[in-house]
Design a binder for this molecule. Sequence first.
Ligand code: PGA
Length: 249
Amino acid sequence: MHRIPLIVGNWKMYKTAQEARTFIAALSPEIAGTDRRVLIAAPFTAIEGAGQAAKDTRILIGAQNMHDHPDGAYTGEVSASMLKSIGARFVILGHSERRLFFGEDNAFIRRKVLRALAEGLLPILCIGEQLHEREAGMHEEVLRVQLDACLHGLTQAQMSEVVIAYEPVWAIGTGKTATPDSAQEVHRFIRSFVEERFGSACSQKISLLYGGSVKPDNMAALMEQTAIDGVLVGGASLDVEAFAQIVNY
Ligand code: PGA
């Protein structure tokens, strides 16, 4: 099945609203010819500005996190409907930095996935093993546990709306990338998990992204892998030139 390449920038805690507008205005002509899906996960405070700048372009703006409750006494948190009200179209959930630095566990991430689906925000669920788990040859087991816990109880219809990003933690921001072959192998494993649980039509429909030190010079080799449908890009998404090269690989 042909899945349109999906390229997602994750700006993390970079760019003010004004910087976001300037970036989008500079990026859109650079990628005007593409037929790929281009998404940018901006900081909360830059979503609205980036969304306005991205109007009439093919760039969609989303968030990097949200809370699982529709509202409530959760100081410092942001809900799905708040994100939608300022133009967010998708949300990254369970990024390893959320798991490592903010103690997010699979159960919490699962509730967020369900909330995003209920509110019509596209969830991009991140999973990935740490270095010691990879070195111990446990990565498939770790990924299986994450997938199982984060996707448990979803219907086939819900699962068809989820994007999964495989981001080996040891490859994020380190300049080390999984080799295209090993990323391909893990993506096959993930797709077979989805097939087992949700059926083959669903597993063929969903997009699986690779993330971890994706750069203009390794993009083409990653995208040559048939099981990789797109990428989640951190550092290289902060630079217009580099991100445009990745989109136009
Ligand atoms: P990186 O980040 O591209 O800087 O490695 C990827 C990510 O954290 O999503």
